[in-house]
Design a protein around this ligand. Structure first.
Ligand code: GTP
Ligand code: SPV
Ligand code: MN
Length: 594
């Protein structure tokens, strides 16, 4: 329990507004989780998976219209529209509050309102932040139990301090006697942030980043505002430890857009002998300067909410092994033995008759996918076989390199390195990537997604670029991470991936690792440093040298087209775009033309 008056008053006010039948304060115990999963089974939301195959795990289908983040329904409500920027949907706070008060009025009727105190980051660490989510979804409580540290221990460290107020309702009140849906939600959705008062109001969706408010809403959109005010970074990045055969260990962070390979890189199984990769986090990094002047990163989450399709013992065995117990699966397919299946899980073996994510009979001859492309597993990070021993270290881990990347079938080479910090910030700002199923809307369309933060930066992206530049200005340059850009997704003319990716990405990481030790293995090109022709280790792999040449080739004409496109993209930020980034485009063009 708590004596925090702010919290008690807020819970009372929101109870009055949302009118739930009852209020329940989550204590975070396993017993509580057991009770909630039982209720979810009774409601038809969860199906218990076969205990002898996958202990304490659950299968869940969402409403087919509530399967991913809704970017067009996501809002940043600042007093001044300019502060939200062209990268965000904006409505004036007063107007939005009025609208939301109407939506939330009685929105929890017939349901329980759960109070979830949670910590992003290890409980009690200086770097950690506390939020409280009020929700009428048991599914959300169960996922928050895995994804965050939650319950009574958080209230104990919160004491009388303030916290991020997170209100969530699926927007499906129940009349007396009305039977609940297996996945209650509302066709009208609002994912709303008030960065100035540090609060989040989410209405209508029960899925992923729309509803688990600690993740994108808090740890990125609200935290990016805090980070800017306080001089640190809240980023859409994985964090990974890499140890060389000589026993030298370094940590790197990498920002790729949603469904572009963070979880896979975070727990990669190296195909190069002697190299070791260990996981700190797979989605979000909070980075601050340490006393030694280096950037240190923590993973604010305690679980993985990972993309299921494409995950197999071949591509990501550590993910498969992480989810062998205590896991929630959403929108995958169900096997006759009470286990789960998805596209890409068993490439050597056709699945038997399944029940699809839509609840229909499915065989390999059926139309459509068995699992939704954005089907996900929610699993505790501690279960990852290669979790790093420092993953909960409140100091964080020192970062030696920062990678940016995206899905680009053409133009962008396998890897290149920034000339300096400012050029690296430029590289982050020009990330563009084909859209994926992680958000609703068209898939496969190339769009600008600077720093993989387009949907997650909680303020004007022009100011965000300036913040990144200022991080470089504050620092001792020799201690800053080196910046790289990678692209695992180059395709040949027939549309096949040129680079095998996954475990073979260690070969690129090896080059990056060596470059952070200033090994002379690069040539200067107009876009940055590229690996010398034989610098990427292709030992014990069948990779034609023509292919290597192709994925390391720069076509100046295509890059000049890209530069034009970058100028156009930059223009939307007007005065807020740092002049030094425009200078970087000028210099890029000059180098490409000379
Ligand atoms: P979010 O959780 O949405 O932020 O996604 P993510 O960035 O963690 O992406 P994830 O690692 O889950 O990968 C998304 C999809 O890309 C999966 O279907 C993977 O199989 C595929 N993928 C990941 N890495 C590679 C790679 O190196 N090459 C290829 N071709 N595909 C990859
Ligand atoms: C992403 O879309 O980047 C995710 C999934 O990590 S969600 O939590 O739904 O945002
Ligand atoms: Mn993500």
């Amino acid at each position: 329990m708590t004596t925090n008056i702010k919290l008690i008053n807020w819970v009372n006010e929101m109870t009055e507004l949302c009118k739930p039948d009852s209020v329940y304060w989550c204590n975070g115990t396993d017993k509580e989780y057991e009770q909630l999963t039982k209720e979810l089974i009774d409601n038809g939301t969860f199906i218990k998976l076969n205990e002898s195959i996958r202990p304490n795990s659950f299968y869940c289908r969402s409403d087919p219209n509530d399967v991913a983040r809704v970017e067009d329904r996501t809002f940043i409500c600042t007093e001044n529209k300019e502060n939200a920027g062209p990268n965000n949907n904006w409505v004036a706070p007063k107007e939005m509050k009025e609208l939301l008060l109407k939506k939330f009025n009685g929105s929890m009727k017939g349901r329980t309102m759960y109070v979830i105190p949670y910590s992003m980051g290890p409980i009690g660490s200086d770097i950690s932040q506390i939020g409280v989510e009020l929700t009428d979804s048991r599914y959300v409580v169960c996922n928050m139990k895995i994804m965050t540290r939650m319950g009574q221990p958080v209230l104990d460290v919160l004491g009388n301090k303030n916290f991020v107020h997170c209100l969530h309702s699926v927007g499906a009140p129940l009349n007396e006697g009305q039977k609940d849906s297996y996945w209650p939600c509302n066709p009208e959705k609002y994912i709303v942030h008030f960065p100035e008062e540090k609060s989040i109001w989410s209405y209508g969706s029960g899925y992923g980043g729309n509803a688990l408010l600690g993740k994108k809403c808090f740890a990125l959109r609200i935290a990016s505002n805090m980070a800017r005010e306080e001089g640190w970074l809240a980023e859409h990045m994985l964090i990974v430890g890499i140890t060389s055969p000589e026993g030298e260990k370094k940590y790197i962070a990498a920002a790729f857009p949603s469904a572009c390979g963070k979880t896979n890189l975070a727990m990669l199984t190296p195909t190069l002998p002697g190299w070791k990769v260990e996981t700190i986090g797979d989605d979000i990094a909070w980075m601050k300067f340490g006393e030694d002047g280096r950037l240190y990163a923590i993973n604010p989450e305690s679980g993985f909410f990972g993309v299921a399709p494409g995950t197999s013992m071949d591509t990501n065995p550590n993910a498969i092994l992480s989810m062998n117990k205590n896991t929630i699966f959403t929108n995958v397919a169900l096997t006759p033995h009470g286990d789960v299946w998805w596209e890409g899980m068993t490439d050597h073996q056709k699945p038997e008759k399944l029940i699809s994510w839509l609840g229909q009979d499915w065989t390999p001859d059926s139309k459509g996918n068995a699992a939704h492309p954005n089907a996900r597993f929610t699993t505790p990070a501690v279960q990852c076989p290669v979790i790093d021993s420092a993953w909960e270290d409140p100091k964080g881990v020192p970062i030696s390199a920062i990678l940016f990347g995206g899905r680009r079938a053409k133009v962008v080479p396998l890897v290149y390195e920034a000339l300096n910090w400012q050029h690296g910030v430029f590289m982050g700002s020009i990330v563009s990537s084909e859209t994926t199923a992680a958000a609703t809307g068209k898939v496969g369309k190339v769009r600008h997604d600077p720093f993989a933060m387009l949907p997650f930066c909680g303020y004007n992206m022009g100011d965000y670029f300036a913040h990144w530049l200022s991080i470089g200005d504050q620092a001792d340059t020799s201690k800053l991470p080196k910046i790289f850009y990678v692209n695992w997704f180059r395709k040949d003319k027939s549309g096949k991936f040129l680079w095998p990716g996954y475990g073979d990405n260690i070969r690129v990481l090896k080059w990056i690792f060596e470059r952070t030790n200033n090994v002379d293995s690069a040539i200067k090109t107009p876009i940055g440093y590229l690996p010398k022709s034989d610098a990427i280790d292709v030992s014990n792999m069948d990779f034609p040298s023509e292919n290597m040449k192709e994925i390391l080739t720069i076509d100046n004409e295509l890059w000049l087209d890209d530069a034009k496109d970058i100028r156009e993209f930059y223009s939307i930020f007007g005065e807020r775009l740092p002049k030094n980034l425009l200078k970087e485009v000028d210099m890029l063009e000059e180098r490409l033309k000379s």
